[in-house]
Design a binder for this molecule. Structure first.
Ligand code: G3P
Length: 220
């Protein structure tokens, strides 16, 4: 399973990358806005940091023509750009054309299996079901991930599922059990995934026992 980090914060990306488990980055206008910096230099800096690993950057046009124009500009910024396009009719028109042009796309704001199926049929490189927002609305977002895993594998669609709007490690684990290709994880959630109280206790005990032995052997 690939881990993308869902942030536009360069420090977070650099730190998470240092842990050795980051396969890419996703951003959206909200995450970019949170940083309070210009879009273009921010995206370019993330792309440079990631090397050849994918970086999703989102269009803000609502018509296919505008989305296509933005997508082509974004794709010119770096070879690892993935253009994030919202799930809607105009968006899927754009995705179809971009996939024919060889520009990678990530269909965002996917909340139903029907939408995910359409994204795959349009030729999306990635499709992002927003599990946390579905949970927030009182349903189970992970059901959608299971449905998309089943549909894509039944028909052999090459579209990769990015489990997005992740709120907690359980979302990632469940997605991994079902074979989702990617989880895009907020920095805090990724940080949490490294920890377990028994690991901390175990490390303390091993260290204490080691130090005790050194004392017994007169080495301390
Ligand atoms: O990047 C898309 C998605 O992960 C946003 O998540 O937390 O705003 O629902 P959230």
């Amino acid at each position: 399973m690939k881990f993308f980090v869902d942030t536009a914060n360069i420090d977070e990306i650099r730190k998470a990358d240092g842990w050795g488990v980051v396969d890419g980055v996703t951003t959206n206008p909200t995450l970019i806005g949170r940083e309070g910096k210009e879009f273009e230099p921010t995206v370019k800096a993330i792309c440079e940091l990631m090397g050849d690993r994918p970086v999703s950057a989102e269009v803000v046009s609502t018509e296919a023509e505008g989305m296509l124009a933005e997508a082509r500009v974004l794709a010119g910024w770096a070879g690892n750009i993935v253009v994030k396009i919202p799930m809607c009719k105009e968006g899927m028109k754009a995705v179809k054309i971009l996939s024919q042009e060889g520009i990678k796309t990530n269909v965002t704001l996917t909340f139903s299996a029907g939408q995910g199926l359409i994204a795959a049929k349009a030729g999306a490189t990635y499709c992002s079901p927003f599990v946390g927002r579905i949970d927030d609305a009182g349903s189970d977002g992970m059901v959608l991930v299971k449905q998309l895993c089943d549909i894509y594998s039944a028909y052999g669609y090459p579209t990769q599922i990015i489990v997005a709007s992740v709120r907690q490690p359980g979302h990632v684990i469940q997605a991994a059990c079902w074979g989702a290709h990617v989880a895009t994880v907020p920095f805090k959630v990724l940080d949490n995934m490294f920890s377990h109280p028994l690991t901390d206790i175990g490390m303390e005990r091993f260290l204490a026992d080691w130090n005790k032995l050194q004392e017994e052997l007169g080495k301390a």
